[in-house]
Design a protein around this ligand. Structure first.
Ligand code: 3AM
Length: 201
C-alpha cells in the first residue's frame, strides 16, 4: 500500500481553502476532504513495514501548537507550474514534528527523505495551465490567511487511486504525547533550574 504521514485539517479550514479553488484552466482541484499538510511521503510498503512504521510513529513525542497558513505558492518544472498550494508557516514546533516523524520512519527502515521540507496544503495539480493564469491566481489570493489551527495529532494515511481520483484513508492516528514525558532528561533539567523546590511538584 501507498502511505504518507500528514496533519489533517478541521472541516471549516478545508472549506475555507476549497473556496479559493476556481479560475485556473488545467487545474485539477483537490477536494476539501483530501486537504492536509504532508509531513512525510512514504510510498509503497508491505504490511509488515506498515506495522513497523506505526510502531515507530507511536513513539513520536510532540507538544501541541498552532499552525498558520498564509499566502499562495506553486511548484514548477522547467517553468511549467504543476501544483498550486497554500503556504504553511515554518514554525519551530512544526519543524520539530517533521524531524521526529522523519526519524521515526527511518527507524522503521526507510531511507532518508532527500527533499527539503516545504510545508504546504496542495490546492490543485496543474496540467498545462497557462503560467499567466497561475500568476494571477497567486496574486489574487496572496492575502489569504487561515485562522490559527490548533494541532494535537498527526495521521498515517493510505492513498488509493480510484477512477474518481485519490482516496485517502486514515490508517492510524497519533495524538501528541508531550515531549517532556519522553524521558528523564526534562525532569532533571527542571530540578537544576528549581533548586529550592518551590514548584512543589
Ligand atoms: O498533496 P501534497 O502535495 O501534500 O504530492 C503528494 C501528496 O502531497 C505526495 O504525497 C502526498 C500524498 O499523496 N507525493 C506523492 N508521490 C510522491 C513522491 N514520489 C509524493 N511526495 C514525494 N515523492
Amino acid at each position: 500500500m501507498r502511505l504518507f504521514v500528514a496533519i489533517d485539517l478541521p472541516r471549516d479550514v478545508k472549506e475555507a481553502l476549497a473556496a479559493l479553488c476556481a479560475g485556473v484552466p488545467g487545474a485539477r482541484w483537490v477536494p476539501a476532504e483530501n486537504m492536509h499538510v504532508t509531513l512525510r511521503f512514504i510510498g509503497e510498503v508491505d504490511g509488515a513495514r506498515r506495522d513497523d512504521i506505526i510502531e515507530a510513529l507511536s513513539e513520536v513525542r510532540a507538544d501541541g501548537f498552532d499552525l498558520e497558513m498564509q499566502g499562495i505558492g506553486h511548484f514548477e518544472t522547467r517553468r511549467q507550474p504543476h501544483a498550486l498550494w497554500v503556504r504553511v508557516n515554518r514554525s519551530e514546533p512544526l519543524l520539530r514534528l517533521r524531524e521526529s516523524v522523519e526519524n521515526a520512519v527511518q527507524r522503521a527502515g526507510l531511507p532518508p527523505e532527500g527533499r527539503k521540507f516545504m510545508p504546504h496544503v496542495t490546492l490543485a495539480r496543474l496540467k498545462e495551465a497557462p503560467p499567466g493564469r497561475v500568476e494571477s491566481f497567486m496574486q489574487e489570493h496572496n492575502l489569504f490567511r487561515s485562522r490559527a489551527v490548533p494541532v494535537s495529532d498527526f495521521t498515517l494515511f493510505s492513498s488509493f487511486l480510484s477512477r474518481n481520483g485519490a482516496l485517502y484513508r486514515p490508517e492510524a492516528e497519533f495524538p501528541f504525547v508531550a515531549a517532556k514525558e519522553r524521558d528523564g532528561a526534562a525532569e532533571e533539567e527542571e530540578e537544576i533550574y528549581d533548586p529550592w523546590g518551590v514548584s512543589g511538584s
